[in-house]
Design a protein around this ligand. Structure first.
Ligand code: SF4
Length: 369
């Protein structure tokens, strides 16, 4: 989502007459950080980068600091606090306010010319305007991300997404198909449909499987995939459609997060280990040779050795093609942040390492098969 957001911001700026200096060369007038709040580590890196840019005062041709903008999830997470935390910041623009960036940047430049120190805050908009998806600019020439839904209503106890990206909204199917058509006409004939939970897509009588069918029927499309699915909303019907559609890649990312029912309950995931395993079984039965990947969190509050062993066992039982395995870190606003983060750091690292090593071995074995 953030890669696509950064691309959208670039597209909006280009359409407004700005020039993008990705390489940092030439006259650098503004630096925008399109940020992620999913883990503490990602936020720490942004604060440190902004700190680095803030120290460059006087080293730029204009003799001033470039305008610095905090965009996306961290902007929603910190809102006006961000100005206090990092005084070098001029713009704070939330995930659903990104359409305002060109106007705010111009205002900030005008303010600078008048020797002012204007700071602009644009956050908390409930949803994006459709026009933000329309800029022609695309970073990659062979594959594109196409947003089908925004936000999330699931409120998993560890996750900050519903608080920073807002409640679940779906784009109109016609707008999605039009965007894909434009891309295909430009020669981008491979795409990934994205959303926090694509399976719950439903708009004007088009559900997710119907949307997949409509996309599959577009002339000129070579292949497509989707990302991310929630186990509580993925169903046999999806697998049947996946198996039937010619251009849809036989690949499913199905985040398990834990193999322990007790931890899944604390995470408020809405499924049990047994239900997850039966979904995997149905997927493998229906989608022949379908690839499967997952997400796992190591060291969730209260995770015992027994819970950890259950997750390790899940990896060994399912034998995923790949897994994104993360160490738990408490996120603001979330219910899990109120629980005691009681798995010691060393222990989190040990569990994370064992899970990673196990998964790497399985991935290698499956690749060499
Ligand atoms: S489904 Fe859960 S983990 Fe995924 S974005 Fe929504 S709240 Fe976060």
């Amino acid at each position: 989502m953030n890669i696509r957001d950064a691309e959208i911001v670039k597209g909006l700026l280009i359409d407004d007459g700005f020039r993008i200096a990705d390489d940092g060369k030439g006259s650098l007038d503004a630096v925008l950080f399109v940020t992620c709040s999913v883990r503490q580590h990602a936020e720490d890196r942004v604060w440190s980068e902004i700190g680095w840019f803030s120290k460059l005062k006087g080293k730029f041709p204009t003799g001033t600091l470039p305008i610095i903008g905090l965009v996306g999830c961290m902007a929603e997470n910190y809102k006006k606090e961000a100005f206090k935390r990092m005084p070098g910041i001029d713009l704070v623009v939330g995930t659903n306010n990104i359409g305002e960036i060109p106007r705010l940047l111009r205002k900030a430049f005008e303010e600078r010319q008048g020797a002012g120190e204007g700071r602009y805050l644009a956050v908390s908009k409930k949803e994006r305007d459709e026009f933000v998806y329309q800029p022609a600019f695309r970073e990659a020439k062979d594959n594109s991300f196409v947003v089908i839904s925004e936000g999330c209503d699931n409120f998993c106890s560890y996750c900050v997404v519903p608080y920073v990206r807002g409640r679940l909204r779906h784009r109109q199917p016609e707008n999605i198909l039009r965007e894909i058509r434009v891309n295909i006409d430009k020669g981008i004939n491979s795409l990934t449909l994205i959303g926090q939970n694509v399976n719950s897509y439903e708009c004007n009588g088009t559900d997710f499987t119907r949307l997949l069918e409509k996309v599959d029927s577009l002339e000129g499309l070579k292949e497509f995939t989707f990302f991310t699915s929630h186990p509580k909303d993925a169903a046999r019907k999806l697998f049947t459609v996946m198996s039937a559609l010619e251009r849809l890649k036989k690949y499913l990312h199905l985040p398990a997060q834990s193999g322990s029912d007790r931890i899944l309950g604390l995470m408020k995931r809405g499924y049990s280990r047994k239900q997850y395993l039966s979904l995997v079984e149905a997927y493998r039965k229906i989608v022949k040779n379908g690839a499967l990947t997952t997400d796992i969190i190591a060291g969730f509050p209260g995770e015992t050795e027994e819970d950890f062993e259950a997750t390790l066992d899940l990896l060994k039982t399912v034998r995923f093609n790949g897994a994104f395995i993360f160490k738990y870190s408490p996120r603001p606003h979330t219910r899990a942040a109120k629980l005691k983060d009681d798995v010691p750091r060393d222990e989190k690292e040990r569990r994370h390492r064992i899970l990673l090593e196990t998964q790497r071995k399985i991935s290698r074995e499956l690749k060499d098969k």
